[in-house]
Design a protein around this ligand. Structure first.
Ligand SMILES: Cc1cc2nc3c(=O)[nH]c(=O)nc-3n(C[C@H](O)[C@H](O)[C@H](O)COP(=O)(O)O)c2cc1C
Length: 280
């Protein structure tokens, strides 16, 4: 018997996904596809089963990453697939001592990589002056981010869970030594990958209302604070369910209000220079 497509049930599912993303049932009916459903269901996972992640799965995830657009096809990124438990343990210690890094069977370290280009310039006896500009580093950071998000979505489509790890930038030089990174290569972030633990309780975290982030033709400043106040209530209810402090506004200000909020990453400029990015 062929399955009967039930448009009402599909609409209910989509409305539930959108309600999860915004914390309330939307008044509109956006067009939703399977890819968008996958994206709407995203949640960071921080507890993993011990089941291994196959090489075939990792290869698929990397192929998805490489399918992302890349500035001028320059492909200024690489990724280290870390499975060795001892190495993962040391990387975890360098990355905010986050236990889920040890637990995840695979820790992907995403790199901005100008070493490949330096090698080919060297072989041709060609200069590389243009690489030492903030713009070029931005190209690398943008491209590696697009690639890694493609990877994360692909992993989720395989039933895996992921969480990004910006704390991989807490100790760039030590992390580079552990991974034997050459000069002109620096870690942008990590991505812990594994099958979500049975006990995993992570939920879809609501985002700001669209009115805060979408502008039509011209930027609108006056929509921001009312939208933030609305979000403060929505995310407050979410955080309450997680047993966390309720205020998003306080979280944002704790992160950006003082240098201490950068958790030591205020020295990233110096770390980049130490990694061979002599930026102007
Ligand atoms: C670049 C980046 C770095 C992140 N670093 C960390 C991290 O070090 N530790 C962590 O627990 N979560 C980290 N996260 C996950 C965010 O906290 C998470 O994406 C955000 O709270 C939204 O939750 P959601 O992904 O479940 O929707 C990071 C996310 C991004 C995009």
């Amino acid at each position: 018997m062929t399955a009967v497509h039930d448009p009402t049930a599909a609409r209910d599912t989509d409305a539930a996904l959108l309600a999860g993303r915004y914390g309330s049932v939307p008044g509109t009916t956006p067009e939703v596809t399977d890819v968008i459903r996958q994206q709407l269901a995203h949640r960071s996972v921080r507890s993993f089963r011990t089941d291994p992640v196959s090489d075939a799965a990792v290869e698929a995830v990397v192929a998805a990453a490489q399918s992302a657009p890349t500035s001028s096809n320059l492909q200024t990124w690489s990724v280290v697939v870390v499975r060795d438990p001892d190495l993962k343990d040391r990387l975890a210690a360098l990355s905010g001592d986050q236990e889920f890094i040890r637990q995840a069977p695979v820790f992907l370290v995403w790199l901005v990589d100008f070493a490949r280009i330096a090698q080919l310039a060297d072989r041709r006896g060609h200069g590389l002056e243009g690489a030492d500009y903030v713009e070029s580093a931005l190209v690398g950071f943008v491209d590696v981010s697009l690639a890694a998000q493609n990877a994360s979505l692909a992993a989720e489509s395989l039933g895996l869970g992921t969480v990004f790890v910006g704390a991989a930038r807490n100790n760039p030089e030590e992390l580079a030594a552990e991974l034997r990174l050459p000069g002109r290569v620096v870690a942008a972030f990590g991505l812990a990958v594994g099958y979500p633990a049975e006990s995993d309780t992570s939920r879809v975290k609501p985002r700001l209302p669209q009115v805060a982030v979408v502008h039509h033709d011209r930027y609108q400043e006056h929509t921001q604070l009312p939208a933030v106040d609305e979000y403060e209530r929505t995310i407050g209810a979410f955080y309450e369910g997680e047993g966390l402090a309720h205020s998003w506004i306080e979280r944002v200000l704790a992160r950006f209000g003082t240098v201490a909020g950068l958790n030591g990453r205020d020295r990233i400029g110096e770390a980049l220079r130490n990694r061979g990015f002599d930026l102007r």
